[in-house]
Structure formats: structure tokens, C-alpha cells
Design a protein around this ligand. Structure first.
Ligand SMILES: [Zn+2]
Ligand SMILES: [Zn+2]
Ligand SMILES: [Zn+2]
Length: 145
């Protein structure tokens, strides 16, 4: 079963309604190769035959976030982007300084996953770390042409 079907089955099992909009947004997020902003999501949903307004998209995103299925990606340009909650490989984001394009990149090891480092941070700062995010800034392939 692919991720899309797993999610749909899970929601159905939880007693949630699978409206056309809900199914379409899940399909769009499952097919996305990078985090998407709401305007992109609306365009992509329309391209698969489901026209929705901003309110509906945000309501669905909030719902999916509440279900732990979608994560918000903030890169500092003020646009909220969304992606399926990553599973398996740990990943971070690449952000283009020119066009603000965001890409996902898998990493093999990460300071944020290193128990000794986290331990050190918590001890020296008296802060309980629950998550981290790491962004690499630079130029995407298109902007280097
Ligand atoms: Zn770029
Ligand atoms: Zn990502
Ligand atoms: Zn990390």
C-alpha cells in the first residue's frame, strides 16, 4: 500500500469523512517533491480536478496537521509551506536565496539527532529540546544558470 492509501485508510478507520477536497489535498501532498505553500496546493488541486478556495485548503491543512500527517516548514520568507510528515530518513531543507525555492535533502547524520550533543545543549542551557530544524541557504540549479 502506498503512503496515500495508508493515510486514507487511517483516516477512514478513525471515522473521518473523506471528502473530495480532503482526498485531493492528500494526493497533492503525497506527490509533492518539496514543501508547498497554500497557493501552490490550490493550483495543483485544480489540476487534478478539485477546485477549492483558500479557506478550505487551510482548514484541511490544519486538520492534517492535527492528525500528525502534515508538517509545516518555515524558511523565514513569511510563506508557510507544508509537507507530509517525514517518515524514515531524516531530512533537512535547502533554501534558494534568489527565488526562495525549497527542496528536501536527506542526511545520514545530524547534530540534532546526536544524543550527546542534545545532552550538552540541554545541560548548558537548561532547555528541553524536543525538535530541531536545519536549513541550508544557497542557489538552486535554475538560479545558477
Ligand atoms: Zn532559485
Ligand atoms: Zn522536507
Ligand atoms: Zn536534523
Amino acid at each position: 500500500m502506498n503512503r496515500e492509501n495508508v493515510i486514507l485508510t487511517e483516516l477512514k478507520g478513525g471515522g473521518y469523512r473523506l471528502t473530495q477536497a480532503r482526498k485531493a489535498i492528500i494526493q497533492v501532498l503525497c506527490e509533492a517533491r518539496a514543501p508547498l505553500g497554500a497557493p501552490d496546493i490550490i493550483v495543483l488541486m485544480a489540476s487534478i480536478g478539485t477546485s477549492v478556495n483558500k479557506t478550505t485548503v487551510y482548514r484541511e491543512l490544519e486538520f492534517l496537521k492535527g492528525q500528525g500527517l502534515v508538517a509545516e516548514v518555515l524558511v523565514g520568507d513569511g510563506l508557510r509551506r507544508y509537507e507530509l510528515m517525514p517518515e524514515g530518513h531524516h531530512h533537512h531543507h535547502l533554501v534558494c536565496n534568489e527565488c526562495s525555492a525549497v527542496e528536501c535533502v536527506e542526511v545520514e547524520s545530524c547534530v540534532g539527532e546526536d544524543v550527546r550533543q542534545i545532552d550538552h545543549i540541554e545541560k548548558t542551557s537548561d532547555f528541553k529540546v524536543t525538535d530541531h530544524s536545519l536549513k541550508f541557504f544557497g542557489l538552486c540549479a535554475r538560479c545558477r544558470l
